[in-house]
Design a protein around this ligand. Structure first.
Ligand SMILES: O=C(O)Cc1cc(O)ccc1O
Ligand SMILES: [Fe+2]
Length: 257
C-alpha cells in the first residue's frame, strides 16, 4: 500500500504496525447496534490520480523491518483505480461516540477502544487503539481518574494535543509513556490529591485534549534510539508518584453501603 503524508512544518506522529492480523472494530456486545467508532465515519479514498513530474520523488518501502528508498521523476499516484480489498482509511477521533459509567466506578478503558487487532486467544489483543475523549464525568462515590493498577497488557500512551488528566505535568504532546506488562502505575500525586478532595458533581474532562493508548498483550522493546540517542528519556518519571501518602485506615467505613 502506498500513501503519502502531507504536512507543513516540522511534525510528529505516532505509528503502530501490526503483523499477525488486521485492525477491526470491537464487538459491541450489549452496547448493541451502534456506538463507539461507527463504521459510517471511516473515510476511504475514491478513484483519483495526480499526473505530476517531480524531480527526485522519494518512495520509501518497508520490508522485513528495514526501510528502502527509491527515486523516480514522477508522482507514484498516477493510478486511477484498482481491484482489491486493501485500502487506507482515516477516522476523525472527534466523531467517537463515548460510552461510560453513569452511576459509579471507573470503567475499564476498553470502552474507549476505537480499533482492535485480535490475537488467536479470545479476549486478548495483539493491539488495541484506545482514546481518552472529551466527555462528562458523573460517577458518584468514586475516585474518578484512572485507578492504580497493574495490567497484563503493555500500555504505550501518547498525547496528540493538550494534557492527560492523570499526568498534567511532564507528559507533553508528542511524548509517550510506556508501562510494561504488570508494572504498577496510576495518576500522579497532584491528580490524586485533586480528585480525592473534589466535590463530585457532573464535570467535563479532557476538553481540548487528545490522549490515546496503544495496548498490547505482547511486550514492547525500547530501541537504543528511544532509550539513549534521542536524549528525551525522563529519568525522573518515577518521582511523579513519590508524593503519594499512606491513607490506609482500618476503621474507615463507607458512608453509603
Ligand atoms: O494508565 C493509564 O493512564 C491508562 C488507563 C486509563 C484508565 O482510565 C484506566 C486504566 C488505564 O490503564
Ligand atoms: Fe494503565
Amino acid at each position: 500500500m502506498r500513501f503519502s503524508v502531507s504536512v507543513s512544518g516540522s511534525t510528529r506522529g505516532y505509528i503502530l504496525e501490526v503483523f499477525a492480523a488486521h485492525f477491526q472494530l470491537p464487538y459491541l456486545g450489549p452496547i448493541g447496534a451502534n456506538g463507539l467508532a461507527n463504521p459510517r465515519d471511516f473515510l476511504c479514498p475514491v478513484a483519483w490520480y495526480e499526473d505530476k513530474d517531480v524531480k527526485g520523488y522519494q518512495v520509501v518501502s518497508k520490508f522485513q523491518g528495514h526501510l528502502f528508498q527509491a527515486e523516480q521523476n514522477h508522482s507514484p499516484f498516477d493510478v486511477v483505480g484498482w481491484h482489491g480489498s486493501y485500502v487506507p482509511y482515516k477516522y476523525n477521533l472527534a466523531l467517537f461516540m463515548v460510552v461510560n459509567a453513569v452511576q459509579f466506578d471507573h470503567c475499564d478503558p476498553s470502552i474507549f477502544t476505537v480499533l482492535t487487532c485480535p490475537s488467536n486467544r479470545p479476549g486478548t489483543a495483539i493491539a488495541d487503539f484506545v482514546i481518552f475523549p472529551p466527555r462528562w464525568s458523573v460517577q458518584e462515590n468514586t475516585f474518578r481518574p484512572p485507578y492504580y493498577h497493574r495490567n497484563c497488557m503493555s500500555e504505550f500512551m501518547g498525547l496528540i494535543f493538550g494534557n492527560y488528566e492523570a499526568k498534567k505535568e511532564g507528559f507533553q504532546p508528542g511524548g509517550a509513556t510506556l508501562h510494561s506488562v504488570m508494572t504498577p502505575h496510576g495518576p500522579d500525586t497532584q491528580c490524586f490529591e485533586e480528585a480525592t478532595n473534589a466535590t463530585l458533581c457532573p464535570t467535563r474532562v479532557a476538553d481540548g485534549t487528545q490522549a490515546f493508548m496503544f495496548e498490547s498483550s505482547l511486550s514492547l522493546a525500547v530501541t537504543k534510539w528511544g532509550e539513549e540517542t534521542c536524549q528525551k528519556l525522563d529519568k525522573n518519571y518515577y518521582k511523579c508518584w513519590q508524593g503519594l501518602k499512606k491513607h490506609f485506615n482500618p476503621k474507615w467505613q463507607p458512608d453509603v453501603l
